[in-house]
Ligand binder design. Sequence first.
Ligand code: HEC
Length: 149
Amino acid sequence: MFIVVIIVAFIALQFFQPEKNNQAIDNNHIFSSTDIPAPIQEILKSACLDCHSNQTRYPWYDRISPVSWYVTNHIEEGKEELNFSEWKRLSAIDKISLLNKICEETEEKKMPLKNYTAMHKSAKLTDKQIAELCNWAESYGMKIFKANL
Ligand code: HEC
């Protein structure tokens, strides 16, 4: 009997789903400028954009409540700090500071989140990729700085 209650509750829970994070990409996206190198785009796509953009790819297990709520919470918190879909709206100083943090967080292995790489193996960055991302972030930050002197 108890197991039936659990199963019914679980099924009922599936009717309560958070809103999906999948808006259309517009011109404010960081990739809408042509100067982001392809390997960097690949790194961001595979390891960051699910939580730091308005376009999340949802594997099947992310659609199951309560996992879906847990995931949505991470996406909301992640987007609050950094949203690559809104990149072009940021001031130069915010961009530069975020680029610094992108390097810092990945070098310290704080990003992408461990819970995420446990489920998304392709999001695990190699040391080479981290170095690549950092080099890019540094030179892109410098470019923005110089353009705004
Ligand atoms: C599973 C979701 C998830 C993924 C994937 C992810 N992040 Fe985050 N990120 C978060 C959350 C949640 C926060 C805010 C809370 C925190 O700092 O832990 C955050 C915060 C940040 C911050 C701001 C930190 C600060 O202290 O201001 C940066 C920068 C960042 N992430 C960069 C990245 C980069 C770069 C990647 C890809 C290499 C990435 N994140 C992948 C969820 C994610």
